[in-house]
Ligand binder design. Structure first.
Ligand SMILES: O=C(O)CCC(=O)C(=O)O
Length: 285
């Protein structure tokens, strides 16, 4: 199988891809064990941490806000199947006037991300009372765009505040690699930034040094590490540290890729001020 990210192909081979290590959620290990695993791996993959039905309700609620022509005829918003046609009157994803912009400011969205289990997990991982940063992102990709998240570490986007951050990534729907899953570069949170600095010269966005690279095969081979991935299902939760390299794959399935990412810091830490406002896709943060 050939995957791609930002249109650049990458073979789905054992040399380049491996499985994410799952942490069981029933019961969830104790906080010390969770912290130790996050420290060791740079991520926690928590299958079924959230209620699948609740996640699918959020999926339905978002896709129901899009013009009907976005969805394939005879399918439901909950399925989120792309029609192949983006209504031309729709603004760019996530800017004012696009449904994603209003959705991240809605009560439905607030209730979902306000799930106390997420805040509790963040507090357990950060070792103190945690606060969710208001800039919470809703990402939506569909087949045909050859657009995905380039290899990056979160701290490069939030380096004006405390580095003691945990990110939670929530697939809002089933999300196998071909639907545009997130992938993590194995053990990359232990690399000194100088190790991947030279990769920033190989880029399809020369004006932005924050991302590391858009070519995932080149990144894996240059750093001698595999991309770790999973067949994500609605209800799964990923948590990661701000120093782990991650990226996403292109969406090539009929089903659209929808996800939420949100970050927590300790209440007694100072966060990057750019993350204190609700997300807008053109906010430059
Ligand atoms: O969903 C994506 O494609 C990127 C998400 C991400 O980079 C993050 O959650 O830190």
């Amino acid at each position: 199988m050939l995957l791609s990210s930002n249109g650049v192909p990458i073979p789905f081979s054992p040399e380049l891809f491996g499985p994410l290590r799952a942490t069981g959620t029933s019961p969830l290990p104790d906080p010390a064990a969770l912290r130790e695993r996050l420290r060791a791996d740079g991520y926690l993959y928590l299958p079924g941490f959230l209620d699948r039905e609740e996640v699918l309700r959020l999926r339905a609620a978002y896709f129901a806000r899009l013009p009907r022509a976005y969805l394939a005829p005879g399918t439901t918003p909950r399925e989120g199947v792309f029609s192949g046609h983006v209504p031309p009157e729709l603004p760019e994803h996530g800017v004012a006037g696009h449904p994603a912009h209003a959705f991240v400011r809605s009560r439905t969205f607030d209730r979902f991300v306000g799930d106390p289990r997420l805040a509790r997990l963040a507090a357990d991982l950060l070792g103190g009372d945690a606060r969710m940063l208001p800039r919470r992102i809703l990402r939506h990709f569909h087949r045909g765009t050859r657009r995905a998240s380039r290899a990056h570490v979160d701290f490069d986007y939030m380096d004006r505040g405390s580095p003691r951050v945990v990110t939670m990534w929530i697939p809002v729907g089933d999300c196998p690699p071909r639907s545009g899953a997130l992938v993590y570069l194995e053990g990359s949170h232990t690399l000194p930034p100088e190790a991947y600095e030279p990769l920033r010269d190989t880029t399809d966005r020369p004006g932005d040094r924050r991302q590391i690279c858009h070519d995932l095969e080149f990144t894996a081979r240059s750093l001698g590490r595999r991309w770790l991935c999973a067949d994500f299902a609605a209800g799964d939760l990923m948590v990661h540290v701000p120093s782990v390299i991650h990226a996403s794959l292109d969406t090539t399935t009929e089903a659209m890729r929808l996800s939420v990412d949100t970050r927590f810091v300790r209440r007694d830490d100072t966060p990057d001020p750019r993350w204190l406002r609700p997300w807008s896709a053109d906010d430059g943060a």
